[in-house]
Design a protein around this ligand. Sequence first.
Ligand code: M6R
Length: 606
Amino acid sequence: MCGIMGYVGPQEAAPILVDGLRRLEYRGYDSAGIAVSNGSIQVRKARGKIANLESLLESEPTGGSIGIGHTRWATHGAPTDANAHPHTDPSGEFVVVHNGIIENFQSLKQQLLDDGAEFASETDSEILAHLVAREYDGDLVAAVRRTVALSEGAYAMVAMTKREPGKIVAVRKISPLVVGLGDGETFLASDIPAVLHHTRDFMVIEDDELVIVTDEGATVETIDGAPVDREVVRIDWDAEQAEKGGYEHFMLKEIHEQPAVVTETLASRLEDGTVWLEDVGFDDEYAADIGRVWITACGTAYHAGLIGQEIFRRVLRLPANVEYAHELRYADPIIGPNELTIAISQSGETADTLAAARLAVDKGSRMLAITNVVGSTLSRYADDILYTRAGPEISVASTKAYMAMLIAQYLLALRIGAARGTVDSELAAKVSHGLHLMPGALEEVLSREAEAEKAAHLVTDAEDMYFIGRGLDYAIAMEGSLKLKEISYLHSEAMPAGELKHGTLALITDDVPVVVILTQRDVYDKTISAVQEVKARGGRIIAVAYDSDAEIAAHADVVLRIPDMEDLLAPVAAVVPLQLLAYHVARLRGHDIDQPRNLAKSVTVE
Ligand code: M6R
């Protein structure tokens, strides 16, 4: 996730672009840059936060009232000055900024290299500048159209050329893009809040549309050139709402970003059932030889690891252990050289996870990091890296980063399973297909938020609460319970459904809420027995179940439905109603949802 900006108008472009980038910094902040057109194209870019770009502009100012800008969250290539946007073609006459991923960039880059092109960065984005320049025959719009036809993926781009001063051309292919219409000036941005203090009138660009911005305003067309009569919407959010994209809290915004996060994390990595993981360097021989997988992490990342453990064990028949990092580091574990350690951390800076990962490396294990932050300490220790592409997560309660960790582990399991020949090909095909369908399934779950809110009303006044499930459902129960605890301050415990009768059932009395997750068809009847034990003691049941589950309504007070899918993938969808439940309970209890008491986003101490 990156942020993009554009400006055409009578004012100096640079301060407007930089100000917009600052407001988009939540989308990425490992480098930033602008390009301003003034007879020539002047590019200024710097690694690090926007402040670095501002310092550079102080010493090397630009002049001109047309420009584009970018704040980056690295996906291809480390956070360096060279990899920062904007990118130009070698002549410096064509310049682009880009948000998203060009899935076929390797083959496009190879074609350009074969034609003698030289690249200044490791990014996929730079090829867009080369392609626009190559395709240009006097018409920037046509060149951009041809470039888009060649470039697969989910992205947005903005292009400008010295040859047609006064014009910016932008395209949306899934990644967001809006046009702000000011008084004699026009803005482009990844989201509305970036320019809301300049104008309240917006056109929201849709997929496969192109927008041409000149000093006469903005014209929208389909990518094929058909005119589009786009309605102008007036936005009346206040400044705080705007920062949160109109949501009341960052947590809710991040929950709703999850379909896009799944799309981004899968992009260019899963094609026709084959997995490509750009920073995972081991070969098939190594994968076939792995004797055991260790997964280590803390908190929500540990819960993601629980899902990974189940997948490796059940589907790959590969011994796997997930261990809390703060336990593993002092457990003197027997980790051997043919064992793969997977350390999972959103921030890549959690002290315990770093220590456990280091320990595994010292014991001779190969270490693979699953992390959301390019260049984080964990990524620097790692032999292999699988970046989740969730974008910056602001809310302390992790949601979208967890989602991306799950997707990353499915990809890794498919990759290792293919090398070992231990995954049933029919199942692998179903999982690949199911992953591609997942963003749509998540949209469907999110559209049912009202049901989670209804369930929250059953829980708000409770003092204790329980989450139960079996197998993968138990792993989701753990995450649902943690989410509830950290933001609602309601005591909650998660346990395997079969464990309830071994003690905790003594605490189930009238109206005690119990959340049961029922997505694993092979143990459905067993879990229903636990539901009946709860009902017999007067407890309230909130169930998470498939649309096709006709039986559960007879047992549950509220059913939070998810679309039918492969049981193996169900955790991805089943966690969403639990995130929403936690969110709405905390909201009803009036808590500071994004910054819960006593907690920090990154725990960098032991
Ligand atoms: O950055 P990390 O993924 O390593 O963080 C690990 C935990 O501190 C984190 O997941 C924590 O449990 C979250 N606040 C849960 O929402």
